[in-house]
Design a binder for this molecule. Structure first.
Ligand code: PLP
Length: 226
């Protein structure tokens, strides 16, 4: 078996194990392969191993790869920081956006999503570790943001995404996800059922705390220089 296929199988096995350990249903967590900075050839290898969901952070790079890969049935997720002047192309070329971090961005994506496309799936990015340097809504802004974004008919609000401060201790890794999961459950909106939680380094903790999409780059494609 090719190396890439082995890595995909290994991560999927890790995800299945973490689901079981958390008493969760098998396949309640999806693998999003984060291919930022990696060439289209790497995406093809993962695709051949069965992977269909890919995440990108840098728009220009992503658009070039999408062009190269246009004959593949890939579901594209945008997970990077969003400047206002990038929303038009994001709205046109992606199926999901995980990193909606302010209302202005949601409104622009809504206005720019073409009427002939299905609504753009979005998650609100939440600044769960309260880091001033990080983007995202604060926990206490979440209810209002959900209210506003739910009204935008060319968007489909699916849930939340978080990138907590990196921690090596399992309990520390769990904490921020736990807080955010509870905050969403409190809103009592069953349609908010996507929790984009967890990366290569904290998969198990994220899945124990309710993740439904883990975003894995390094563990699949190797380290990056970014
Ligand atoms: C790069 C990136 C990832 C993947 O991180 P790894 O540690 O390489 O698994 C996940 N989420 C976001 C938002 C990223 O930018």
């Amino acid at each position: 078996m090719a190396l890439q296929a082995k890595k995909i199988d290994k991560i999927n096995a890790d995800i299945r194990q973490a689901e079981a350990d958390a008493g969760r249903d098998a396949c309640s967590v999806q693998l999003l392969a984060v291919s930022k900075t990696k060439p289209a050839a790497d995406i093809i290898k993962a695709y051949q191993a069965g992977q269909r969901q890919f995440g990108e952070s840098y728009l220009q790079e992503a658009l070039l790869k999408q062009k190269e890969l246009s004959c593949y049935q890939i579901c594209w997720h945008f997970i990077g920081p969003i400047q206002s002047n990038k929303t038009r192309q994001i709205a046109a070329h992606f199926n999901w956006v995980h990193s909606v971090d302010r209302i202005k961005i949601a409104k622009r994506l809504n206005e720019q999503r073409a009427a002939n496309l299905p609504p753009l799936n979005v998650c609100l990015q939440v600044n769960i570790s309260n880091e001033p340097s990080k983007s995202g809504f604060q926990l206490d802004e979440l209810a209002d943001a959900v209210e506003q974004v739910s009204k935008l008919t060319n968007l489909k609000l699916r849930g939340v995404m978080a990138i907590p401060q990196p921690a090596t201790d399992y309990k520390q890794q769990c904490k921020p996800y736990h807080l955010l999961y509870q905050a969403i459950k409190h809103l009592n909106k069953p349609e908010l059922n996507t929790f984009s939680f967890g990366m290569s380094g904290d998969l198990r903790a994220a899945i124990a705390e309710g993740s439904t999409i883990v975003r894995v780059g390094t563990a699949l494609f190797g380290s990056r220089s970014d």
